[in-house]
Ligand binder design. Structure first.
Ligand code: ZN
Length: 40
């Protein structure tokens, strides 16, 4: 079995999910990256 780690960053403001990349700011609501919560 292969262990695959996928990291998600979820915008704490609007719920936008970025797959694997932490954006400088949210493309939807413009929240700073500090507002993103890391999953995975
Ligand atoms: Zn957002």
């Amino acid at each position: 079995m292969e262990e695959r780690e996928t990291t998600y960053y979820v915008c704490n403001v609007c719920g936008y999910v970025s797959d694997g990349i932490l954006p400088d700011e949210c493309p939807i609501c413009g929240a700073k990256k500090e507002r993103f919560v890391k999953f995975g």
